[in-house]
Ligand binder design. Sequence first.
Ligand SMILES: Cc1cc2nc3c(=O)[nH]c(=O)nc-3n(C[C@H](O)[C@H](O)[C@H](O)COP(=O)(O)O)c2cc1C
Length: 359
Amino acid sequence: MPNQRPELARAQSFCVAHGLRVPILLAPMAGACPPALSIAVANAGGLGACGALLMQPAAIKAWAADARAGGNGAFQINLWIPDPPPVRDPAAEASTRAFLATWGPDVPPEAGDATPPDFTAQCEAVLEAGPPIISSIMGLYPAEFVARMKARGVRWFATVTTVSEAIAARDAGADAIVAQGMEAGGHRGAFDAATAETGMAGLFALLPAVVDAVDIPVIAAGGIADARGIAAALILGASAVQIGTGFLRTPEAQIPPPWADAIGRAQPEQTMVTRAFSGRAGRGIATEYARAAAASGAPPPAPYPVQRALTQRMRDAAVKNHDIHRMQAWAGQSARMARAEPAADVVRVLWHGAMDLLR
Ligand SMILES: Cc1cc2nc3c(=O)[nH]c(=O)nc-3n(C[C@H](O)[C@H](O)[C@H](O)COP(=O)(O)O)c2cc1C
């Protein structure tokens, strides 16, 4: 990697610190990060990722073993920091269930009781899986867990959506900050669920502000899907970029074809931030369900993770029926740029293009 420009020198020192050849990180994407995708990105010189939110401990360890067997071991494992337990409102949930029954199968009252895997057990499994990097979103790991990570030489990448979250993460011991702009596909990483939609900063404003506020490497995420975005992020002070939607059309991602096709067509304004799938704000394709759920008169979504559990039947039926309009189709604002090519080619084309722009 040539290092005559400060942007490239910064990226190169990040790569050296983490054993990478290319400063491109696959974004951790819960439900959309099979080992094959990470293996392809890591073998092309970038960093693989496992979004372990929905995985039980045994599945987390199996993922790491598979990723190591096929690749070079360069990957991060990511967990969501749990929100406080949701306040349940049976009457409101009944309205939401009635609304959902017009979009998919009936939703029984107990559907909202389903809970995600136990966070403490997931943390233990992640440590046992032994990745070089553990990342967080939606908050900060407890100090005791951070100390155990550090004792094993594991680095902590903390996702933030504001400058104050970045400072809190730095103070809590993060080794690098992932600055997630509002363009990003999937859930917004706001520490406080209630501010996820009001505190929306775009990456062009957030990234240099975070770089100026903290003295540790910053990784840019949100709406980066081509060489121009990578070059711009490095010029704005990033040490590396993290790309999610830009890898979702690769064959290794194996997402349902209607979702991949919709990503390839979506202009920025054809995505929207919605709580209607999980109860936590996330950006996806502005499908008929997402738009109807935001219309006046629609019942407000239940808090996370209750809404996720309530929408499960509709989402499962949508995948079976190839129905994009009821699917949970996360996508960032640069979706249209996502390439339907093998992930290794995506890494190569994007990085070579960025280097050409920065020469
Ligand atoms: C399908 C999908 C699932 C995601 N799941 C997670 C997750 O589990 N943990 C996490 O930290 N970020 C998650 N994200 C957010 C990404 O880490 C990243 O911030 C985002 O993809 C960057 O924006 P882009 O999609 O425009 O590249 C997800 C994103 C997508 C598209």
